[in-house]
Design a protein around this ligand. Structure first.
Ligand code: ATP
Length: 458
């Protein structure tokens, strides 16, 4: 894989042109930090989620899935601490009236050499003053003091004004896993250690400097909480660091584009925390987090709900509140990394440049494209496509020159293009072209089905 030529602008343009991702509410002039997945993008994102679910739930020993409600009892967010402390340090530029995150300003100004996570608000203000950090929008230097805003979106329930009740759109999926800890444990008869996973939407009222789908106000998280006994937590923390990393390598990431970053400033309940960062087009940024959250979450929910959340060891009767190792990754942030990693502008021997997305075949929107060389060869092509579609996501295209059709499939990362030619009519074989090597081989329909099954497995 080569992605040295990738830029964010190129990814945005390609995504729009090829039906991967469109700006949100575009015909109304858009809405900042919202994006809509198109026909190709939704397939890719679903495949990313499927690969993750397979690795962390169905293929895993002792991990179970849930799909909890987005709207939760407000007490959940009091217990988790989100109502009091889920905020970002923000400053307004008085000149152009844009709002910015003080920590992001410092990170960008110092090119990542200063870590604002360890700074108080006052220290951040001092840094910005002393280093004359200017507004990235207008170049001005006229900041308001830092103010903190809660990132949770509020809404209200109830049909009449009198019965209105403030509730929140969840800012993370994790709490849906914590509140169901005993429901899952009892119904699955799982023994600690075991895991609960969830994929779902989360919402944060973030201000962001753009960066496409990297940071949006509505996004999907894939989270896995591993419940274990205190004392075994360090071993599982290390195991999840490895599992999270291996998942990315198996998706085809270049190890040189990934690195671990330990948190210097830990949340008060966390024992250890790190991110895996990816080398995005705008630089190294968090792709996912792994946290040792101790017994904080379950203890808080036990305290606030008044319901006991202790686990009883079936062998020795010991009662305890398990520790939690959390692994959390944004599906959209992973999608951006996958797009960036897959992108290549390849110069061919004849000097032509082709844009190709080298997705892992399991992630590609279509596993194969069936392309008749000429319109009068459409019949066997359509029959093959119909047969393959029963098992795989396959697309069919007969419009335009074969060269153009190959390029279109290369740009959306279809790993195999299958053509029908005159030999097909005589021998019943098809030509299968490999996206990456552009080599071709002949196969029968049956062989193609077996080939795709093997190649597209994750
Ligand atoms: P950041 O420091 O980038 O704001 P975070 O540490 O607040 O992220 P977590 O709360 O740990 O992030 O969320 C877990 C994961 O969810 C992140 O690693 C990221 O992949 C994803 N994520 C968080 N916020 C957003 C967002 N606004 N847009 C897209 N993905 C997000």
């Amino acid at each position: 894989m080569a992605n040295s030529s990738v830029t964010m602008d190129k990814l945005v343009a390609l995504s729009k042109a090829r039906g991967i991702i469109f700006p949100g509410s575009e015909i109304y002039g858009g809405m900042g930090n919202t994006w809509d997945y198109g026909p190709v993008g939704v397939e890719i994102k679903n495949n990313i989620k499927r690969a993750w679910w397979k690795r962390f739930v169905t293929e895993s020993e002792n991990s179970y899935g849930v799909d909890a409600a987005i709207l939760m009892n407000s007490r959940v967010w009091e217990a988790s601490g989100h109502t009091t402390s889920f905020s970002d340090p923000k400053m307004d530029c008085k000149r152009c009236k844009t709002r910015h995150r003080a920590d992001n300003l410092i990170e960008a100004h110092s090119k990542g050499t200063v870590n604002p996570d360890t700074m108080s608000n006052e220290e951040m203000e001092n840094y910005i003053r002393e280093h004359q950090v200017h507004c990235p929008n207008c170049g001005g230097f006229d900041w308001t003091p830092i103010r903190t805003f809660n990132l949770m979106f509020e809404t209200s329930r109830g049909v009449t004004d009198e019965s209105q009740n403030k509730i929140y759109l969840r800012p993370e999926t994790a709490q849906g896993e914590f509140v169901n800890f005993l429901n899952v444990q009892r119904t699955t008869r799982a023994k600690v250690p075991f895991g609960i996973a969830q994929i779902g939407k989360a919402f944060r009222n973030e201000i962001t400097p753009g960066n496409f789908i990297f940071r949006t106000i509505e996004f999907e998280q894939m989270e896995h909480q591993w419940f274990c006994k205190a004392g075994t937590d360090e071993e599982f923390y290390q195991a999840f660091k490895k599992k999270a990393y291996d998942f990315l390598i198996d998706l085809g990431f270049n190890p040189e584009h990934l690195r671990f970053h330990d948190h210097d400033k830990l949340a008060h309940y966390a024992k250890e925390a790190c991110d895996i960062q990816y080398l995005y087009p705008m630089g190294w940024q968090e792709l996912n987090g792994i946290h040792n959250r101790t017994d904080y979450d379950l203890s808080r929910h036990q305290e606030y709900s008044g319901k006991t959340l202790t686990y009883v060891d079936p062998v020795n009767g010991e009662r305890y509140i398990p520790y939690v190792i959390e692994y959390s990754i944004g599906a959209d942030r992973l999608m951006l990394a996958v797009l960036s990693e897959a992108y290549e502008e390849e110069t061919l021997e004849n000097g032509e440049v082709r844009n190709v997305m080298h997705f892992h075949p399991a992630i590609a929107a279509y596993k194969a494209a069936v392309l008749p060389l000429q319109k009068n060869l459409a019949e066997p092509a359509k029959a093959l496509a119909a047969r393959l579609k029963k098992r795989f996501a396959v697309t069919y295209d007969e419009a335009g020159s074969i060269g153009k059709r190959y390029r279109r499939q290369d740009e959306i990362g279809t790993p195999y293009c299958i053509t029908t030619d005159f030999d097909t009519l005589e021998t019943g074989t098809f030509t299968v072209r490999d996206r990456d090597t552009m080599e071709q081989q002949r196969m029968t329909a049956e062989e193609i089905a077996a080939f795709l099954a093997e190649k597209t497995l994750f």
